[in-house]
Design a protein around this ligand. Structure first.
Ligand code: AMP
Length: 462
């Protein structure tokens, strides 16, 4: 669903620039772009608190490109970044967005590469330079860099630049740029040092704060209207239809978490619960089983799931709508990681109407509330997990290493190497994940064979 106020065409971009955005499939503005671009294009100084992934690079790049005069062959824009990697990414994004501006030259000036080649490129002229503070200052000191006609200065990841101790370099670089410039500053955090830096180098800046929202197309969001009675059936229907490899289902209370877990377990789903009542040891074991693919589904509360770093989740279901937008965004941010497209399904009841409207405001998006599709009399059964975990009652104290376990399992090709998954050796116990169809045999091997000259007890956990 597109909101017309989020269209790039609602802003005064050239038709060529709009065409480029269309080719790049930037169909609508991200929240940081929607908030900052009108101000940036109006020439205001902007201080934006936004994370990587928010689309911040395009926000300042588009502002910069709108002002660059390609016919004037001198440096007009300076972008400062904390690291060479970031500088290179930024330069690349600017070039991508400048496809329609023939002959526009973007030059990176970073440490770690010979300064001589950069000096040569500088002689040939550039419109925009993107660099790290140390190297830019070097060129400035060597009088190879003329910043006297720069009209736009961007500090990207300003907090990191300060953390890395670049304050002094930045001060000197800024002093070489006309005070009449437009200054744009992007920072993920907003400590006092950033406020004082902003005060020093910006003129009545607009301050923008954007919640950490990933770019929309990385996560597909679907909202289904259900009655609270339907909730558990809806979850089961969705799991059977989607057959996710792994999924986290969020509930708002421990009680709901436990109830849903019980229902799913009774229906033969591969599921475990994660809530605040669990002992640390059990919590860790649950996470390990989920991470090594011995359990497909986790039912969790927000608190229990905090700090959980699980990559590439197939599916997140918000069984209950989160109490606030930040929590919602945080929950769904767990899916679609590592460049994989994720799906977030949220169940909405009538009682959620107000919270749901606040969420739409925060997402800057009107989202359609769909009826739950009628279940197509599915033949699908809950899928067992791909792996099973064997616990061995021996660990680092017994000098066990992962290699001993793999070695025993794969000796004489009893178990295929590819059937052995993650191994986790702790001080007194170890865990090994094996393909479910090899689990019995693996257990026999591990209980009968000697590891490090000794026989250990072992049992199948899942
Ligand atoms: P950034 O936060 O600048 O690192 O951007 C994250 C990613 O989002 C980059 O790969 C951009 O190319 C992409 N991106 C930025 N703006 C948009 C947009 N409006 N629509 C789609 N993708 C975008």
């Amino acid at each position: 669903m597109t909101d017309s106020s989020l269209l790039f065409s609602s802003l005064p971009f050239s038709s060529e620039q709009l065409a480029t955005l269309e080719t790049l499939e930037y169909t609508q503005m991200t929240p940081v772009q929607a908030q900052s671009l009108p101000l940036i294009l109006a020439g205001r100084d902007v201080l934006a608190q936004a994370q990587t992934g928010s689309g911040k690079t395009a926000a300042f790049a588009l502002g910069l490109l709108a002002k660059v005069d390609v016919a004037a062959y001198h440096i007009q824009g300076v972008v400062m970044c904390p690291t060479r990697e970031l500088a290179e990414q930024v330069a690349e994004e600017i070039r991508r967005l400048a496809r329609n501006q023939a002959n526009l030259k973007v030059l990176t000036l970073c440490g770690g590469v010979p300064a001589r080649a950069q000096a040569l490129s500088l002689q040939h002229g550039a419109h925009i330079i993107v660099g790290t503070p140390g190297r830019v200052l070097d060129h400035l000191n060597q009088e190879r860099l003329d910043l006297t006609r720069v009209h736009t200065l961007v500090l990207d990841e300003a907090d990191r630049m300060l953390d890395m101790g670049f304050q002094e370099e930045l001060d000197k670089i800024v002093a070489a740029i006309p005070a009449t410039r437009q200054s744009l500053m992007f920072s993920a955090t907003f400590p006092a040092e950033i406020a004082s830096l902003a005060k020093k180098l910006m003129r009545s800046p607009e301050h923008i704060v954007v919640a950490e929202v990933r770019v929309d197309d990385a996560i597909e969001q679907v909202f289904y209207q259900v009655s609270s009675r339907q909730r558990e059936d809806a979850v089961m229907q969705l799991l059977l239809e989607r057959q996710p490899k792994n999924a986290i289902l969020f509930c708002n209370t421990k009680r709901d978490t436990h109830e849903l877990y019980t229902v799913l377990r009774n229906h033969q789903f591969s599921v475990m619960a994660l809530h605040g009542d669990l002992e640390q040891k059990d919590r860790e074991q649950t996470l390990m089983l989920f991470n090594n693919q011995s359990v497909r589904i986790l039912v969790a509360t927000d608190v229990a799931a905090r700090g959980l770093d699980i990559k590439a989740l197939d599916l997140v279901i918000n069984v209950n709508l989160a109490h606030d937008a930040d929590t919602h965004i945080h929950r769904i941010g767990r899916t679609g990681r590592a460049g994989e497209k994720g799906l977030a399904i949220t169940l909405i009841t009538d009682a959620d109407a107000y919270k749901f409207s606040l969420l739409q405001d925060a997402l800057k998006q009107h989202v359609a509330l769909l009826a739950l599709p009628t279940s197509s009399d599915l033949q699908n059964q809950p899928q067992a997990a791909e792996m099973a975990t064997i616990q061995i009652l021996g660990g680092k104290k017994d000098k066990l290493r992962p290699g001993d376990i793999v070695g025993a399992l794969t000796k004489d090709n009893r178990i295929d190497f590819d059937h052995v998954g993650k191994i986790n050796v702790q001080s007194q116990v170890s865990y090994v994940a094996v393909r479910r169809n090899s689990a019995k045999q693996a257990l026999t091997v591990l209980t009968n064979d000697k590891l490090k000259g000794r026989r250990f007890r072992a049992r199948l956990l899942t």
